[in-house]
Design a protein around this ligand. Sequence first.
Ligand SMILES: [Zn+2]
Length: 123
Amino acid sequence: MTETSQAGAERLLLLGLDLAVRVRDDDPAQLADLLDGLDKEELHQLVLTLARCVDISLPVSEIVWWRSLTSLPRASRGDTPPCGTSRGYKAHMRARELPDLACEVAYRREERERKARTRRAST
Ligand SMILES: [Zn+2]
């Protein structure tokens, strides 16, 4: 018997909530084993389900409560590139700081675009 999409969504939500509890205490290897048991489509759905659970009305510092306060975006000081840019991300790395989410997102987007350009150029 195949699972209905509603039952599948419900199962992934329960799995996601279980992970939300276990990620705080459990061995990361156990969680990795659990995730390895999912197929690619289930993993995508799980990530999207958990993303829907994020309260985006909260400040980023509250959503990523486990990160240190030093990872909050810093104001641009003229001599340093602003947060929310790939250059800002690299400045954090040079300063051995934990990059904030805005810089991390900007850096990853730029890396994805760079890799896509490289792929297109090689085909
Ligand atoms: Zn930054």
